[in-house]
Design a protein around this ligand. Structure first.
Ligand SMILES: *Cc1c(COP(=O)(O)O)cnc(C)c1O
Length: 490
């Protein structure tokens, strides 16, 4: 609901003041009150135009506006009801009045029927200049000065030596496995609770994925399950060649015990930081804590290039090799010379321009997403049967997506998401774990504790709410009210 205070105007006010107010508030309507403060009518641009055409000057008053009692609703009406009333009455605005008939708020159709999506691109003032620079200089190509600068600037932001800008986060993860020499028959471990892009590159290489459960403390890879997996493989006389550890929903996995286990068992460690750019683990950025790290700039991520990714490492030779493999593995020769298989994985110079602009505001985007999560937690903290993704104590989570779990006695996520969808709000269940996917049927899976799978439980009970850094407070209030309604109806 909009605040009515800036919209209230007195009968005695001059037309000039009303025009200015309409202009400043942008609601398209003012609320005209009499001397007793009671709402008498609404005032639109059209009403003012008619006064002027009837011969009133700009300093003339609104007194000549005829009586026209508007359709109103009492304080306390729910958004869904308000929209229903507007539909029934075929009106686009609904003033809310208190018990004394005084304006107490305003609903606008355009505020209520706009869809609220889970996570949408949020441009700053900077992207256009970099993109226009690419056009002006005709660097509308893969590679170019924006790509070089984006790599340098991202490496500086996360604090790592080297970075290669690629066409997607999936390409970055795939190249990481290629660089580590992963091939047919090799065992690669990865988190089960993740997006399929963490695991697909294992299949691209003909390797065998083994899935590891989450721990309840961070929802990320369970060191206990990892330890059992490694021991189990050892007993079979086998060894995992790599682990792709995922930092879910903008929160770091507990990297110290994970890295120690990998070290002890000779397993190369790769971070899938696609969802966690800007998140930290013990003061260091996720993506920089292992041999190789991958970021994504897909349209729904915390910053975007519309599509893109970055592979990072402190090992300059690895990143040099990634650059070669990502440009069809061309050998340094005056003609086209190839000795190994390559890929077309480089980022376009136009898209890198978007990335440079986005990177300038990354800290604001992190702060905004954290604020969104905090507002949910404050507003809905008292709701019975609703719990929030835990904040692990060892770092800063970005809360890329605000995720919660539901008590099955209270509600289940699919039904709640459907109710929210009816209110124009997109909510999604948590990732369906990889070990439950038909694609990976029969692949080994190690739960957090024998007989206790944390990721199964999270999938059964978890829901992600709209979390964009561009979500307005009004939109978030709409979500909170809708969620309360949906929980009551469940
Ligand atoms: C988005 C995502 C990816 C893939 O990134 P793209 O840029 O879309 O290829 C990989 N892993 C996780 C966990 C992701 O969320």
């Amino acid at each position: 609901m909009r605040d009515s205070r800036p919209l209230v105007i007195a009968r005695a006010a001059p037309i000039r003041e009303a025009l200015k107010r309409l202009n400043d508030t942008g609601a398209g309507v003012l609320l005209l009150v009499g001397e007793d403060g009671r709402l008498e009518r609404t005032v639109t641009d059209g009403d003012l135009r008619r006064l002027l055409l009837a011969g009133e000057g700009l300093d003339g008053s609104l007194a000549r506006l005829p009586e026209a009692a508007p359709r109103t609703a009492p304080l306390g009406i729910e958004e869904g009801e308000a929209l229903g009333l507007m539909n029934a009455e075929q009106i686009d605005q609904l003033p809310i009045i208190d018990a004394d008939g005084r304006p107490a708020g305003l609903y606008l159709r355009r505020d209520l029927d706009r869809k609220i999506l889970l996570s949408t691109p949020h441009m700053s003032d900077f992207e256009r200049a970099y993109v226009e620079e690419a056009f002006r200089t005709n660097w509308v190509a893969p590679l170019g000065p924006n790509v070089d600068a984006f790599e340098r600037e991202l490496a500086a932001y996360v604090g790592i030596g080297h970075a290669a800008a690629l066409s997607s986060g999936t390409a970055a993860l795939h190249l990481a496995l290629v660089l580590l020499g992963i091939g047919p028959g090799d065992i690669v471990l990865t988190s089960s609770l993740t997006f399929v892009a963490s695991a697909n590159p294992i299949l691209y290489q003909g390797a065998s994925p083994v899935f590891i459960d989450s721990e309840p403390e961070s929802w990320n890879l369970s060191p206990a399950a990892l330890e059992r997996a490694l021991a189990d493989l050892g007993r079979q006389g086998r060894r995992a060649k790599a682990l792709v550890v995922v930092h879910l929903y903008g929160q770091s996995a507990d990297m110290d015990p994970i890295a120690a286990l990998c070290e002890r068992h000779g397993v190369a460690l790769v971070e899938d930081a696609a969802e966690s750019l800007g998140a930290t683990y013990k003061e260091r950025m996720t993506g920089t804590l292992a041999r190789l790290g991958a970021y994504s700039f897909n349209g729904n991520k915390i910053i975007t290039t519309s599509g893109g990714g970055m592979l990072v490492s402190n090992d300059g030779a690895l990143i040099e090799r990634a650059r070669k493999l990502s440009t069809q593995a061309r050998e340094p020769a005056p003609h086209y010379e190839h000795t190994e298989v390559g890929y077309n994985y480089r980022m376009s110079n136009v898209l890198a321009g978007i990335g440079r602009g986005q990177l300038r505001v990354i800290e604001e985007r992190v702060a905004a997403r954290r604020r969104v999560f905090e507002r949910y937690r404050e507003a809905l903290g008292a709701e019975e049967g609703l719990a929030w993704m835990p904040d692990a104590p060892y770092g800063r989570a970005t809360h890329w997506l605000s995720a919660c779990t539901l008590d099955p006695k209270r509600a289940e996520p699919a039904g709640l998401a459907a109710r929210l969808a009816a209110d124009g709000i997109e909510a999604r269940r948590l990732w369906k774990p990889m070990h439950l996917q038909p694609l990976f049927k029969g692949r080994p899976y190690y739960p957090h504790a024998p007989g206790r799978s944390v990721s199964d439980d999270l999938f059964a009970r978890g829901l992600c709410l709209p979390s964009g850094s561009n979500l307005s407070e009004e939109q978030q209030e709409r979500i909170i009210a809708a969620l309360r309604r949906a929980l009551r109806a469940a």
